[in-house]
Design a protein around this ligand. Structure first.
Ligand code: ADP
Ligand code: MG
Length: 394
């Protein structure tokens, strides 16, 4: 990828602007999975050790340029302070002459409020993004990009700002890219890819791009039903993206020509309603009752996916196998997660919900080869796309 690393730039006594991905789930001011904050600590600690001051820029959710109280980064600043055992100052102002930023001393940290409260951050108009980036650039002498989860976005603080200052990638981005390179350049074989989650449209590009690279592709989650529909099966009230049925049909034909093992579930756990206390029934995947919906892959499918996964030397998994948020439909995801922990080689978990799912199901990060902090970003990388936030750090 040729991005500049933190140690190559080797900042010392500098005023650093650090772009992080601190987009964690927050409910009523309480942080759910703090994974992304923890993943940002390495770079922050190194910068502090090098006697730098740090202005942290990050986003939360999609406020669309409006100040929304429930999307404030204030609880994140508090959590970061707790993890670092050190004060983290917070500025509700993002632009203008922020005295707190100008007065920042070596070893001090200032986090700015959700950068997406500024509409120019995500503007389609380049000149607006440059305008915001130019203001942000006054807060420091160096730019470190470490917000992996946002590198697929051409946003002011991800792309334009990096171009305005001497820059490098932080440790998190370097680690993420290293893993993604392992998945795309000469992966150890067999190479298995497991995809689930709600929507085929999110993942179709990845399936297509990995079709001639992977040896095994297993599909679960809500997107299974567009595949089953493409095979002419009854899918009842299950999720389906009708406009993608033709694309999926072509994909299945290509998979067969390429000789990749393409695994679809043979049994499905169905329910009448999408409710947390719905009871599941196991049916064959060609016997889904017309008044029911599929909410998890069945036990037979989970076992057969798992036994294929365990034989692989490289595995990439993105997207839960079922509605893991409901305990009756979490079993498929659990069996697959378990299989990934047994892989002799590298097993990578990507995607926000997938990472949250494995933690919720009681697995630990160290059980896996790597848990990526970026869903969309890793998927776009694996689709073979250029990621603006990485291009900017070259
Ligand atoms: P990730 O964030 O890991 O990339 P996605 O966002 O693509 O994953 O998908 C996660 C969501 O998919 C979860 O909220 C889960 O409930 C949902 N999901 C999985 N299987 C089904 C299903 N059969 N029907 C409806 N939703 C599903
Ligand atoms: Mg998701």
């Amino acid at each position: 990828m040729g991005i500049k690393t933190l140690s190559e730039l080797n900042p010392r006594n500098s005023k650093v602007i650090l772009r992080c991905d601190l987009n964690v789930p927050i409910k009523d001011g309480v942080i759910g999975d703090p994974g992304r904050i923890i993943a940002s600590l390495s770079t922050i600690k190194k910068l502090l050790e090098a006697n730098c001051s740090i202005v942290i820029i990050a986003h939360l959710g999609r406020p669309k340029g409006e100040k929304k109280k429930d999307l404030s980064l204030a609880p994140v600043a508090e959590k970061l302070s707790e993890l670092l055992k050190r004060e983290v100052k917070f500025s509700t102002e993002i632009t203008g002459v922020i005295k707190q930023a100008l007065d920042l001393k070596p070893g001090e940290i200032l986090m700015l409020e959700n950068i997406r409260f500024e509409s120019y951050e995500t503007s389609k108009d380049e000149s607006e993004r440059i305008k915001l980036a130019t203001e942000l650039a006054t807060y420091g002498d160096l730019y470190i990009g470490d917000g992996f989860g946002a590198v697929h976005r051409k946003h002011a603080s991800v792309y334009e700002l990096a171009n305005l200052l001497p820059h490098a990638a932080g440790d998190l981005i370097s680690a993420e890219v290293k893993v993604l390179e392992q998945l795309t350049k000469n992966p150890s074989r067999p190479y298995g890819v497991v995809l689930g989650g709600a929507k085929v449209s999110d993942k179709i590009g990845v399936i297509s791009n990995l079709l001639d690279k992977a040896n095994v592709i297993a599909i679960g989650g809500g997107m299974v039903f567009t595949f089953l529909a493409a095979q002419g099966k009854e899918i009842g009230k299950s999720l389906v993206e009708k406009d993608l049925i033709e694309t999926v049909k072509e994909l299945l034909i290509r998979a067969e020509k390429l000789g990749v093992k393409f695994l679809l579930p043979t049994d499905i756990v169905v329910a009448k309603e999408f409710l947390s206390d719905s009871e599941g029934t196991i049916v064959a995947s060609d016997k889904i009752p017309s008044d029911q919906m599929g909410l998890d892959i069945g036990p037979e499918s989970a076992e057969s996916f798992a036994s294929e996964i365990k034989l692989c030397k490289t595995v990439f998994w993105n997207g839960p196998m079922g509605v893991f948020e409901f305990s009756n439909f979490a079993q498929g995801t659990k069996v697959i997660a378990q299989a990934l922990t047994q892989v002799e080689g590298i097993a990578v978990v990507g995607g926000g919900d997938s990472a949250a799912a494995v933690r919720k199901l009681g697995f630990e990060d160290k059980d896996f080869g790597y848990i990526s902090t970026g869903g969309g970003a890793s998927l776009e990388y694996l689709e073979g796309k250029e990621l603006p936030g990485l291009v900017a750090l070259k």
